[in-house]
Design a binder for this molecule. Structure first.
Ligand SMILES: [Zn+2]
Length: 237
């Protein structure tokens, strides 16, 4: 497979997905697929800076694809105005070489995790709550997955309280750009920066970035083993 055909799937075109897609198109990615069921709302405009008031009501994926391909005509952007769910996740993920989790839903995050593990596709998790963001790359069978760390999705009450906390735009922008950087490393067959590590960016007070190693959890069904420290990107199909 040539670099030109490397396909990147971005799930979620919001605070994380917009900066990630922009960075990827700018940095030379040539095949992006973007998935998000929602139309643009006035409340999105502060964080999702490629959208304007003229786009309100338009599906995010349609407006984002138009914006990206106008500025980066060498980049093909395939929009899907749907929610990733159990009926379509495996088919969509299997068609790509790398996946960016830019969702804000724990259920979607665990679906991406489990489907990427099953399809043996590397992906980068991203999440932002308030002024704190996190990112971690997962190479199925080689590094810790989301379930190695969190085991199960948090309950709905916890999720609702996190949503009420809102997210800070620049933190989402930094995490989205970090996710794009991981995807570009995969595209270039370079070692991922956040492989076996979780990055936390805390913008409260004096901004801090911490990176700590994460180990596979014995008993997790993802098949990663503590005894396999080296990066093993799956072969391109
Ligand atoms: Zn695991």
């Amino acid at each position: 497979m040539t670099t030109k055909e490397f396909g990147i799937l971005i799930v979620g075109v919001g605070g994380l997905g917009v900066p990630a897609a922009w960075a990827l198109a700018r940095d030379g990615a040539r095949r992006l697929t973007i998935v998000d069921p929602d139309p643009i709302d006035l409340s999105n405009l502060a964080r999702q800076v490629i959208f304007t008031t003229h786009d309100i009501g338009t599906p995010k994926v349609v407006a984002a694809a138009r914006w990206l391909t106008t500025r980066f005509p060498d980049c093909t952007v395939e929009p899907h105005a749907i929610a990733l769910d159990f009926s379509n996740a495996l088919r969509l993920i299997a068609l790509h070489d790398f996946v960016i989790d830019a969702t804000d839903s724990p259920v979607a995050k665990f679906l991406i995790n489990d489907t990427c593990i099953a399809a043996r596709k590397p992906f980068v998790y991203g999440g932002v709550i308030g002024m704190t963001g996190q990112a971690m790359s997962v190479i199925p069978g080689a590094t810790a997955c989301l379930r190695c760390i969190f085991e199960d999705a948090p309950d709905e009450t916890e999720v609702a309280s996190c949503r009420e906390a809102g997210i800070l735009g620049p933190v989402a922008g930094a995490i989205g750009a970090m996710q794009a950087s991981e995807a570009m490393r995969a595209l270039r067959a370079e070692k991922l920066e956040l492989y076996g590590k979780i990055l936390t960016y805390d913008a409260a007070g004096v901004a801090r970035v911490r990176i700590r190693p994460v180990s596979p959890r014995p008993g997790c069904g993802c098949g990663a083993s503590r005894s396999r420290p080296s990066q093993t990107l799956p072969d391109a199909p």
